[in-house]
Design a binder for this molecule. Structure first.
Ligand code: ZN
Ligand code: ZN
Ligand code: ZN
Length: 270
């Protein structure tokens, strides 16, 4: 008889205070074979060291796709919250494979409420993940707008590549531009200046340019000296805007300003 089998026979008969000695006798392979039994027994007979050892072994390598559902149920039964959490995480991450195992089918029969709870947490996790992606995409858009705002002031004030203020000779001084959005904006400005498409309100590119110019005006703190086209005109128009429009723009401005607060003061104004 193996030591561990002897332990399983003896455990129910032993007093809790002397049982901790037993954990020193097991072999690794035997532990693997009987770890689930030992977990239940050590919990039932209050042998914390043995229980801790079982939990540790399970957490550190004995969990598989096949046994995780059984171990999850045991973790709940034996009050092992960390082990339960690790199992839960594994089930959520590998749901398709794990829901096809025998363990899942057995749980479905014996504890339908647990299956329901797991399915509910899966939906919750999926929604959380979608929300995270939505936020990341949203942040990316605000960051692009932020960079476009910086590049717009840079083009109108310093000039860059082929475009810049009339009163400034910027073409001789072509150091590599440090504004990522500059190239795209340069193309947009050139289009805007020469657009021949006769669409009401402008073509899609021109509309974009109008929006960027208006956004600049709303972020600009000194329109009186600003050289960005229409900056002052938009400021005048803002005074007579509707409440709805004001709220929409205020929210957008707040979100853009919040995207890069750690990198220092924004460079949006003249
Ligand atoms: Zn540039
Ligand atoms: Zn156009
Ligand atoms: Zn301005």
């Amino acid at each position: 008889m193996k030591v561990i089998e002897l332990m399983l026979l003896l455990i129910p008969k032993m007093v809790a205070s002397s049982m901790h000695i037993l954990i020193f006798f097991y072999e690794k392979e035997e532990m693997e074979e009987f770890v689930l039994h030992l977990l239940v027994l050590s919990h039932a007979f209050v042998v914390p060291q043995l229980k801790q050892e079982c939990v540790r072994q399970l957490e550190q390598g004995l969990l598989t796709m096949e046994n995780v559902i059984d171990i999850f149920q045991l973790a709940l039964l034996c009050d092992a919250p960390r082990l339960g959490f690790i199992c839960h995480r594994m089930i959520m991450r590998n749901f398709i494979a794990i829901s096809a195992t025998e363990g899942w089918q057995a749980m479905k029969q014996s504890h339908p409420f647990l299956e329901k709870e797991l399915l509910e947490s899966l939906i919750y996790e999926e929604n959380r993940q979608k929300e995270r992606i939505r936020k990341l995409n949203e942040r990316r858009i605000y960051l692009q707008l932020y960079e476009a705002m910086e590049a717009l002031v840079h083009i109108c004030r310093d000039g860059c590549q082929t475009i810049g203020p009339h009163d400034k000779d910027f073409k001789g001084n072509q150091v590599p531009c440090r504004y990522a959005a500059c190239k795209g904006l340069e193309l947009l400005v050139r289009h805007f200046a020469g657009c021949k498409l006769r669409v009401p309100g402008g073509c899609v590119h021109c509309k974009r340019m109008w929006q960027l110019l208006e956004l600049h005006s709303r972020l600009c703190t000194n329109s009186n000296v600003c050289g960005v086209p229409l900056c002052r005109n938009f400021k005048e128009r803002i005074r007579i805007q509707s409440k709805k429009e004001e709220i929409k723009w205020t929210l957008l401005v707040e979100k853009i300003l919040r995207t890069k607060t750690i990198t220092g003061a924004p460079f949006f104004s003249w």
